[in-house]
Structure formats: C-alpha cells, structure tokens
Design a protein around this ligand. Structure first.
Ligand SMILES: [Zn+2]
Length: 206
C-alpha cells in the first residue's frame, strides 16, 4: 500500500505518519530525510542538493523528484510532506501510483489555537500545547524547567503558512479526488482516534 498524508501545518500529520508506520510496519518517507541521507552519503544527488541548501535556497522540484525516483520503496510506505503542489503531484504520478491520499483535516481556527498554545521545554525537549497543556502554566511537568514559545509560533507566521497552503497545496484535494484516491479524516479529534480512523480508511482500499 502506497499512502500519502496531506495536511496543513500543525495538522498533526507528522505525528500520524510516525504512529501509522509503527502500526503498519511501513516505511516513513519524508523528502527531508531522503535529502539529508544523500548529503551525508555524498552521492552525486547529495552534492547537487547541498549547493542549494548551503545557499539557503529551496531544493528544486526536479531534484526532489530524482531523489524520490531513487529512494521510494516499491511498496508499503507513507509519504509525508510531499507533494505540496500540483506539479509535484503530477511528477510523483510518473514515478509511482499512490493507492490512497489521506487528508488530516483541521480548521484554520484550530491550527491557529494550536500554534499560539505550543510551548517547549529547553531542558528535556518536551512539547506542550492545546491538547496536552502543562499542569502549571509555563512549567514543564517532567523536569520543572521553564517553558518557552518558539518565535515562529505566532499568528502572523502561521497565517502566512496557511495562505501558502491554501494557494499551493489545497488544489491537491480536487486533483486526488479526480484520481479517486482522496479521503479526509477529522484531524481535530484525539490523536489515537485519528490513527484508528486512518487505519479504517486504509483497510477499505486494501
Ligand atoms: Zn522539561
């Protein structure tokens, strides 16, 4: 089964990808990881990518596609963070045909709330938020250190990211509906319930 997870920033799709790969014993494929591996192994692709990364530039689609053509397993994987545009989705179709696209859907309101509520612990790395608040405001449950808010976790930044998502990524909904492989789950429910819902959807197309 070849699965694509789709979702806005802060939709929790990364968490879902991790949990699902464990449950299904599938590979979790993120283009970021594939990229880092190639760079580490100093392959030709890696060297090319590194030039862009060192300049702080986005690695072009064409290179990411070559990376996927090389790094995608034949089957049983979850693709996370790709595709983000119609062009990327069309290119992906040329490499392999996905079986199901699961959209972990959340309203913008929830995404904004999650963003401004997120707090991190500098000492132990624990993450708190809307669904898992610390027992005491701004204090880590685990190690009692003070919690902090990442500078990017503000309304202006998240609204910009949501706008980019709306413009570039949300057209994928119709794209995959036309292919007949799109399905949506409610990303505002508790994490474990979402996992079960996604597993059910996957069973339907197996
Ligand atoms: Zn802590």
């Amino acid at each position: 089964m070849k699965i694509v997870l789709l979702g806005k920033p802060m939709s929790g799709k990364g968490t879902q990808a991790k949990l699902l790969t464990k449950r299904l014993n599938y590979q979790h494929i993120s283009t970021g990881d594939l990229l880092r591996n190639e760079v580490k192994n100093e392959s030709d692709l890696g060297k090319e990518a590194k030039e862009f990364m060192e300049k702080g530039l986005l690695v072009p689609d064409e290179l990411i596609i070559r990376l996927l053509a090389k790094g995608l397993p034949e089957d049983n994987f979850i693709l996370d963070g790709f595709p983000r545009t119609i062009v990327q989705a069309e290119k992906l179709n040329e490499i392999q045909t996905m079986n199901i696209v699961v959209d972990v859907f959340c309203s913008d309101e929830i995404i904004e709330k999650r963003t401004v509520k997120r707090r991190m612990c500098k000492s132990c790395g624990a993450i708190y938020g809307l669904d898992v608040p610390p027992k005491e405001d701004d204090v880590c449950d685990g190690c009692a250190s003070e919690l902090y808010q990442r500078p990017d976790d503000n309304l202006e930044t998240i609204r910009n990211r949501l706008k980019v998502y709306e413009e570039q990524t949300s057209p994928l909904v119709d794209f995959y509906k036309e292919m007949g492989i799109y399905t949506q789950v409610n990303g505002e429910k508790p994490i474990q319930e979402i996992v079960e819902e996604i597993l059910k959807e996957i069973e339907k197309v197996k």
